[in-house]
Design a protein around this ligand. Sequence first.
Ligand SMILES: Cc1ncc(COP(=O)(O)O)c(C=O)c1O
Length: 339
Amino acid sequence: MIDLRSDTVTRPTPAMRKAMADAEVGDDVFGEDPTVAELERATAELLGKEAALFVPSGTMGNELAVRLQTTSGDEIVAEASSHIPNHEAGAPAALSGVTCKAIVGRRGIFAAADLLAALRPPDVHHCPTRLVCVENSHNEGSGSTWPLATLAELSEAARSCGLAMHMDGARLWNASAASGIAESKFAAHCDTISVCYSKGLGAPVGSALVGSKELISRARRFRKMWGGGMRQAGIVAAGALYALRNNRQRMPEDHIHARKLADGLAAMSGVEIAGPIETNIVRFRMSGKNAAVVAAALKERGVLVFDTGPHSIRAVTHLEISSSDIDQVLVAFRQALSG
Ligand SMILES: Cc1ncc(COP(=O)(O)O)c(C=O)c1O
């Protein structure tokens, strides 16, 4: 099967498995796992922040950021189609007691002026706004990346209003590879950043929350409270460390494959790409075609994709996808769309 449903489907390679098997471990809840400590150190350094905390998932990283920077009854601001308000099972309300104000972005990106227009003056009827969340790259924005100047202006506006900034950087690695802007340059405009090792980097498990020493030491307590304290976690941290050291550099390949896929699809009649394709996510609409039927026809031909709406499909490239796989996928699409 050529699996384009998500970049989370990658399996550890033999070299990654060896690194995991050989990992030096200890009890991380006691602060004694050297591999977790090294992963946290390397991640914090890469993002130019003081500290990082290894967590089981991107969702936990994001939700810890919300919990740390709000109190119950507050409001957070997030883009309308972003992960935190839409795909985290209601966690902002359930775990932090906050409401989400949605800003409709352009491919997931919004400006300082959009934030300022969304804010309301202090009033007994309003919940206080505390935190602005951005997503980079933006999944539903077809892997769009934040222009650094737009992010800098937003952050300045947020700070001038006393708001903290969080970046859902599940695919920050892709945003950096595509833009040539170091992860730390994006991170400099945010108080907290969550990053995932288990997406484009290809590790089997794990994410991190990154920020100041003070915020991360508070996050450690909430991680324990939420059942995320892991013992000999060095086994999985070693996979993440291997991914960070060996797979970050190859990320542009995934972007080339995504563009090749999008170009091939764009040449097919009735297909409209939600472009431009900046990173590894390709979303498109097919006029007059039922996406579920097309996805089923593709599956019969050995290709897996997600139908994301009645006429729309998402395909994501990753380290298990080669250029010749894309050739095969395009043949399968041609057949599925002509059926
Ligand atoms: C943009 C974004 N943020 C956060 C997450 C959550 O990651 P996890 O599935 O590890 O909780 C995802 C998952 O796909 C994502 O796409």
